[in-house]
Design a protein. Structure first.
Length: 429
């Protein structure tokens, strides 16, 4: 029997291979049981595999080149201003807007890049990079109510830098509030599609992944507890859902242990490609005109191209191509203190985004550096060292997201997260 309603649960940054392990170890019996009667497989993220880009692709069915969200920060080359890409910068309609137009009732909570909120037929509660819940909901009055209830858009990651064990407990508090809010809307609201996004898994991994892998006694136990808590909630949802519901569970990228943060702009400066008008530089306006390249997180390298960048000095045509080749070759020889290569691959824009139009291409990086696992290519304009170890010990991977589909048709074989847009759209056809 075809189901009429769709429940979507997003676990940010939960790897397919982690779930396989948790199933084997008996940590998530409810999800395991659900997976056994469903399609459960590994899925690809997008390039770059950051949450904003990946969830924007899920919501629009477009690649990052097409929807325009390529990270947590971007630049307009004509004036070299920084901006934080949000829902206003999305160049395509979201699945929530499309389903609303079809008269479907939508509930969507905590998905990244849903701030500022758009009018939909239902309820939208903003996620990651929204900075004020009171301005982050549709209809607007819900935000004040959530604020009063102590609901948070995201955990306080600053706490992790000063008190890691307090941050671990804080994650449980934030997750509890998220589930409490989800349950109250789930019970009260009439809906056709109901999506909740959990950010706490991503936060857990960024700060505790290495502890988990190494078997740190206290942190590993709490790491597993967080997944047990999620599994318990999944069990409750399954028990309460009627015969008419289909289920789609997914993540947006995988995770692995992070060994080093690598500061690409520092490498460019040390190697004579990047100069500043003042030191330390405060923003992109401080880049000196004779600079030839600069970088934004993660691994996005832009040449200081004449006619595109405000103070561009690299000539178009052959000089541009020669510089791309030179940078690609030199970055491949970049070694960490132990003599291991940092950069796995340097790709040209047109290799990663062959679908981009000329207008879209101007906003895209000229080179994309893909690091070996364990190295995060940071975008800080200036950093005291080239490489260091930070409080972050987990980092995103492109190839190990998961998807679980029960009573909703998804394509066979391997695909990336943007493909699921059509699956959701098709469910309501
Ligand atoms: Zn993510």
């Amino acid at each position: 029997m075809k189901k009429s309603r769709l429940f979507i649960l997003a676990l940010d940054g939960t790897p397919f291979t982690l779930l396989q392990r948790l199933f084997r170890e008996g940590v998530m019996p409810n999800l395991k049981k659900l997976a056994e009667g469903a399609v459960f497989k590994q899925m690809d993220s997008v390039q770059p595999p950051v949450s904003s880009s990946a969830w924007a692709s899920f919501m629009t069915g477009k690649t990052p080149a097409q929807h325009g969200i390529l990270g947590f920060v971007d630049r307009t080359p004509a004036d070299m201003n920084w901006y934080v890409p949000n829902a206003d910068h999305l160049r395509a309609k979201t699945i929530w807007e499309i389903l609303s137009e079809q008269g479907k009732r939508v509930f969507v909570m905590n998905v990244p890049v849903t701030f500022p909120p758009k009018p939909i037929n239902g309820i939208s509660i903003c996620g990651f990079l929204g900075n004020d819940i009171r301005k982050g909901t549709w209809p607007p009055e819900i935000g004040t109510l959530l604020k009063a209830r102590g609901y948070r858009i995201d955990a306080d990651t600053e706490l992790a830098k000063t008190n890691l064990s307090a941050f671990m407990e804080h994650l449980f508090t934030v997750l509890e509030k998220r589930f409490e809010t989800m349950r109250s809307f789930y019970a009260q609201e009439h809906w056709d599609v109901f999506m909740t996004h959990i950010m706490e898994t991503d936060r857990l991994h960024h700060f505790f992944w290495e502890y988990f892998e190494q078997g740190h006694t206290a942190y590993k136990a709490r790491f597993l507890d967080l997944y047990r808590r999620i599994d318990w909630e999944i069990g409750r949802i399954l028990a309460e859902s009627g015969e008419d519901s289909a289920f789609l569970l997914l993540s947006d990228h995988g995770f692995c242990t992070l060994h080093y943060a690598v500061y690409l702009n520092r490498w460019l400066a040390d190697n004579g490609y990047l100069f500043f008008k003042s030191n330390p530089p405060s923003d992109l306006h401080n880049i000196a005109p004779h600079s030839r390249a600069y970088s934004l997180y993660p691994g996005r390298i832009y040449l200081n191209l004449k006619g595109r960048e405000r103070d561009g000095s690299v000539e178009q045509g052959l000089p541009y191509e020669q510089l791309r080749t030179e940078l690609a070759q030199r970055l491949k020889t970049f070694l960490d203190p132990a003599g291991r290569p940092v950069v796995k691959q340097i790709l040209r824009r047109e290799e990663v985004y062959p679908e981009a139009s000329a207008a879209e291409a101007a906003m895209l990086p000229d080179l994309i550096a893909i690091p070996h696992k364990g190295y995060d290519l940071k975008g800080d304009l200036w950093h005291a060292s080239l490489i260091d170890k930070t409080v972050f010990n987990g980092m995103h991977t492109e190839d190990d997201a998961f998807v679980l589909a029960k009573d909703i048709l998804i394509p066979e074989g391997r695909f990336s997260i943007d493909t699921l847009f059509k699956a959701v759209e098709g469910f309501f056809d």
